[in-house]
Write a new protein. Sequence first.
Length: 220
Amino acid sequence: MLFDCSPMKKTMPVAMMILFSLFSQVARAGSIIGSPHDFGGYLWNRSGEICLPCHAPHYTKTLPAPLWNPDLPTQTYIMYGKTHTSTMDAELSRQPDGMSKICLSCHDGIIASETYGRNGHGAAYPFGKDLSRTVSRNNHPISFIYDSALAIRERDLYDPATKLSGLPGSTGTISADMLFLNRMECSSCHDVHNKKAVPGTKLLVIDNAGSALCLTCHNK
């Protein structure tokens, strides 16, 4: 018995292409490759390497990040505080802590992105909003202690020691999953290596649709 397989012959290649495309996307999910922090194709990255603008095996800085390569901020930042809201009652660092200071190596709108390793100095490349020394004044506060005591004082914050973070695949608390030495930092909300970041977001650890990320900590 003969079958007319011509339609199958036409559709199979398309189906296979879709399958391979989906497989490729899944294979790269949770990878820095193709993420906003994949700097391989940027003109200022003369080596074309993905990791080198941030990490290098030699001549790096001493910070709480492995082999940090870019120049570090030396300017004084205007930090968020009671000047901006009377409800801010947290213990705030005078300047961004090491973890957030690392992020500001690129994201402060002042330091040139190509200023890493021995590349010298260039023009500042704007990553999103140019913070221009106002780190937290016009943005979410960083480098402040978020603990049970603050939750009691503020009342509209969950206790980070007991409230679950809700991060996909985790049963840990806010304190365990999102804070650094009990401090709220840039990487509390952003997954810089895209290991668990929500696709289609700015490397957010939780999709903020319906303010879900905000409501992780804010008891509103």
